[in-house]
Design a protein around this ligand. Structure first.
Ligand code: NDP
Length: 291
């Protein structure tokens, strides 16, 4: 039996429609349009393209976007100064500093300058700290991890007692996903580059979230039959048959895993679109907090 394919694109589309409808209801009620400020430092093509997609998505949802681009050699003071001024700007409800920042800039210092109630990326140290603490509620949850949880909850409305394995422990994906799974009462194992017998650990997973950035590393033989597999990885592999000369694959060998898993996200069309949908949702929420 082949796995159910979780259509992230369709789920994200539904969320974006909901956000668009809420934004237009606000306009009818005479409330201001939500506003998102994006801060892009340097000329990393990946970051440029992510920021462009986020701005386009805002426009489609009726959210105003304010783009700020700074050179890679901007000083820490100037960058923090911009973030402080956006934090004080009433037209701006959400601030997104595109990560990673170029070498030499202190990411934590910049994220600390984002007003807590505008932290739509959920990376402010206080929001992440609250995520890690029992009985505390972050104001915003990071967008990719929130997208992962949204898709998981649709497959498994209760994650209580479920064995979940997270591959990767990065600040932006692996660790917050693991914290969210713990909050949902799953039993969580976090794996990383020093984990021993990785395949055996993965075989225990009822829920597997892969965020390692290694093309098709997780083989079908690693997957527990019936497991729910969320593949966060986005990796380019050479493919001369494609006009661009490459194609995108996940961290999971999809063609193998789809034969074993109970449900699986494709790449592209899985987690990727959910990240943007969650950003729009967080920006709308930020506007509601500001009302
Ligand atoms: P990072 O490089 O920051 O983290 C990768 C993690 O994987 C690290 O914890 C690392 O371990 C672990 N790892 C690396 N190699 C191995 C290995 N061979 N075995 C076990 N663990 C390993 O990546 P990100 O978290 O930023 O991103 C992960 C993937 O998700 C990338 O493909 C990225 O493009 C994608 N991504 C997708 C998004 C989306 O919207 N869909 C958003 C963000 C990222 P250690 O800590 O020991 O170094």
């Amino acid at each position: 039996m082949t796995a159910k394919v979780i259509d992230g694109k369709a789920i994200a589309e539904q969320i974006r429609t909901e956000v668009t409808n809420e934004v237009s209801k606000r306009a009818t009620a005479g409330l201001p349009r939500p506003g998102l400020a994006t801060v892009l430092v340097g000329d990393n093509p990946g970051s440029q393209s992510y920021v462009r997609s986020k701005q386009k998505a805002c426009k489609e949802a009726g959210i105003e976007s304010f783009g700020h681009e700074l050179p890679a050699d901007v000083s820490q003071k100037e960058l923090e100064g911009l973030v402080v001024s956006l934090s004080a700007d009433p037209r701006v409800n959400g601030i997104l500093v595109q990560l990673p920042l170029p070498a030499g800039l202190d990411e934590e210092g910049v994220l600390n300058a984002v007003a807590l109630n505008k932290d739509v990326d959920g990376f402010h140290p206080v929001n992440i700290g609250r995520l890690a603490q029992k009985g505390r509620e972050p104001l915003f949850i990071p967008c990719t991890p929130a997208g992962v949880m949204y898709m998981l909850n649709q497959e498994l409305p209760s994650l209580e007692g479920v064995n979940a394995v997270v591959l990767g422990r990065s600040n932006i994906v692996g660790m917050p996903v693991a914290l969210l799974l713990v909050r949902a009462n799953a039993t969580v194992t976090i794996c990383h580059s020093r984990t021993k017998n990785l395949a055996d650990v993965v075989r225990q997973a009822d829920v597997l979230v892969a965020a390692v950035g290694r093309a098709e590393m997780v083989r079908g033989s690693w997957i527990k039959p019936g497991a729910v597999v969320i593949d966060v990885g986005i990796n380019r592999v050479e493919d001369a048959s494609r006009p661009r000369g490459y194609r995108l694959v996940g961290d999971v060998a999809y063609d193998e895993a789809v034969q074993v898993a109970g449900a699986i996200t494709p790449v592209p069309g899985g987690v990727g679109p959910m990240t943007i949908a969650m950003l729009l949702r967080n920006t709308l929420r930020a506007a509601e907090i500001a009302d």
